[in-house]
Design a protein around this ligand. Structure first.
Ligand code: NI
Length: 230
């Protein structure tokens, strides 16, 4: 019996030596700043493009391209498990496309582009505790997306007589999921995503009068980042 205990102790000792003496993790009062590549990938659907002259044009729609930028997020740990988080970023630029105008005798496919900033506030629940190396989390919150610097393509201007492009700002629900992996007592590796409800109206004036299309952009936003806890 004594021999078995000795063998177990001998085998176990190196394992204990491999473990850090203490694991530091998120706890009440901590601030976390994360910086990394952030991609906005629209999962869009749209209504028909309509003009004041023709009404809705069958078979048409709008598309929104992907965009990747430097993202920042900031977390305040309200308790060991609840963190309040804000997403910020340098502006995302998205291409806007028109689908199906060829069915109505137009060649225009690229409508133009728009910039946007999507500040998002979420309340996240972090699983594990203040001594857990890995902290997965789920959250829910609200997004405000501001569209600006809308610009029309030269094709849209020339062929459709397009001018004064406007993309409406949007307020919607945001879902959040991610995981923080603690390295040492301050640094964090993070992989995370948001799913954001962004619904908007795109309008511009044209030779056919006012043109309008409603679009649900509803993007998945992916972020890989390095974080620092203080
Ligand atoms: Ni939506």
């Amino acid at each position: 019996m004594k021999r078995i205990t000795t063998v177990i102790a001998t085998l176990a000792t190196p394992l204990f030596l491999l473990l850090p003496s203490a694991v530091f993790s998120h706890e009440a009062g901590d601030f976390i700043l994360r910086v990394g590549a952030t991609s906005v990938v629209p999962d869009e659907s749209s209504g028909l493009i309509s003009t004041a002259t023709t009404g809705a044009l069958a078979g048409t729609g709008a598309g929104v391209g992907n965009s990747t930028q430097l993202g920042l997020n900031f977390v305040y740990m309200w308790s060991d498990n609840i963190g309040i988080e804000v997403l910020a970023a340098t502006p995302f630029e998205h291409d806007l496309t028109a689908k199906g105008l060829g069915l109505h005798g137009f060649a225009t496919t690229g409508l133009g582009s728009t910039d946007q900033l999507p500040p998002t506030l979420t309340f996240n629940y972090f699983f594990g505790g203040a001594d857990s190396t890995i902290r997965p989390y789920l959250g829910l919150g609200v997004n405000y997306t501001a569209f600006f610097s809308e610009s029309l393509s030269s094709q849209a201007k020339t062929e459709l007589g397009a001018r004064s492009l406007d993309v409406d700002d949007s307020v919607g629900v945001a879902f959040r999921a991610g995981v923080d992996f603690n390295i040492g007592d301050r640094w964090i590796l993070n992989a995370s995503l948001w799913n954001i409800d962004i619904d908007t109206d795109v309008t511009f004036n044209s030779a056919l009068g006012k043109v309008k299309v409603s679009a649900e952009i509803d993007p998945w936003v992916y972020m890989i980042s390095l974080g620092y806890r203080f």
